[in-house]
Design a binder for this molecule. Sequence first.
Ligand SMILES: *[C@@H]1O[C@H](CO)[C@@H](O)[C@H](O)[C@H]1NC(C)=O
Ligand SMILES: *[C@@H]1O[C@H](CO)[C@@H](O)[C@H](O)[C@H]1NC(C)=O
Length: 511
Amino acid sequence: MFGICNSIPISLISIAILIRWLTGQFPYSGNNKPPLYGDYEAQRHWMEITTNLPVENWYKNTTDNDLQYWGLDYPPLTAYHMFALGYVSKKFINASWTELHTSRGTEGYEHKLFMRASVLVADLLIFMPAVVYYFYKTKPMHYASQPINVHKQNLAIYTALVLLYPAQILIDHGHFQYNCVFLGLVLIAIIMMIEGNQKLAATFFTQALCYKQMSLYYSLPFFWLIASRNLRMKPFWKGILNILLVGVIVLFNIGLVFSPYLGDPGTMLQVLHRIFPFQRGVFEDKVANFWYFLSVFYKFRTVYPQEYLLKASTILTLLSTVPASIHLLLRPEIRTFRYSLVNISMMFFLLSFQVHEKTILVPALPILLLYREHPMAVNWFAIISTFSLQPLLAKDGQLVPYFVLMIVYTLFSLEIFRSNIALNFTKLHSWHNFSVIIYLTSILGCFILNIISLTVTAPSRYPDLHQALNALYSFGHFVVLVLYFYYRQFFRPTQQKPISADRVLLIKKTK
Ligand SMILES: *[C@@H]1O[C@H](CO)[C@@H](O)[C@H](O)[C@H]1NC(C)=O
Ligand SMILES: *[C@@H]1O[C@H](CO)[C@@H](O)[C@H](O)[C@H]1NC(C)=O
């Protein structure tokens, strides 16, 4: 029996790999689109820069490093990762892929194979095992008093629902990015917090931060929980010592990653300037957040200068996180921590400066981790967030995997809801339930909008009408969902009904 339990995660991972690889058969961002190409070329260009130039010059505009052409704008851990990949391809595969200047726009079957495989390896080493560990080894929140093995049959379902989350597959393995690396590191940090190991949590979280600066969206919950827990410790000095120790660990990790730049303040400033490009706009393209929503009705960007908008968005973002932060300070529990991660990162997505549509993957991680506790709300978010990426994916030539994954994921979820396998779905077996009707209507709306965008040409007065409708539809849903999770953070659901005896019997039989 033990063997069978262990083989389920392995088969899940195999299916997850297969789906990722199939997605990778389709074009990537900027595929065959000179002269600028897209994210795929950006990553390849960083392999070229890092393997040819001295580390001090990676972030500097020089004759060999024109920052206007995909200049590095992620922290150094990303650059080291690209260096390692560039090194491997240069030494063992094909040196012309990373040749300075002449390798620009390298494409072709073998190169695509190498690039796609590199994302898959990162996913397989970091993100996927972390997801399996999270569902199989950590306790769900509402059932903390019950033995965890009662739910073993559901663990595979939740793991599958996270590993098959279409948006992340489509962005990493379709569009082309390495989000699985920093999301995996953050997930490991969350698991460490759940297991009470603040020092390892701080290490993994800081490394995630040094990979992609978007990890900052999660930093407040980590900070408040660590601070609040230690400040309550007795004796008092021991807690203070712990906080200092965590601070030293964070600084040590940052120092380690940024060490080539620490010697010269000018270089360090240039690196930070590249990582936090405040000169860029308050949002890019049509993103489903508050600033885009506002711009549809009021052209504020032509009225207010950039610095003013930067200040306004920062103040608004921080204000929006105050309730969740105070709650976490007063109740430093893992439960509060997990909801704060959702609510604070979602507020960053909705309100902060310089947000892209792809950034929805950041709040998506802590939301997906609530699958056991809020299956329908999380599933709803998973589908809407994937829908919000449709215009981007259409541009990439990723519509086939987009539709296949959306349909498969929706049908898979509906089947689970219908058959009521998950124990905490007790309310959902009634199809007359009001929330089920809203949920189904909303998903139907996604498919209708998708079909309209593909069949009806936008009026010439509003050429971006379809993208705008998509962003507004998604924004409305994100607001409703974050309000729901905010509500859930403060109000616990009433005690779940005890599992009936015949259900327990059923579970025992299937095991
Ligand atoms: C960087 O250098 C290139 C020439 O090498 C120049 O065309 C470009 O304007 C410079 N960019 C910045 C941001 O200074
Ligand atoms: C190396 O890659 C380049 C560009 O993709 C290609 O033209 C060349 O044939 C490759 N060389 C070998 C030995 O495979």
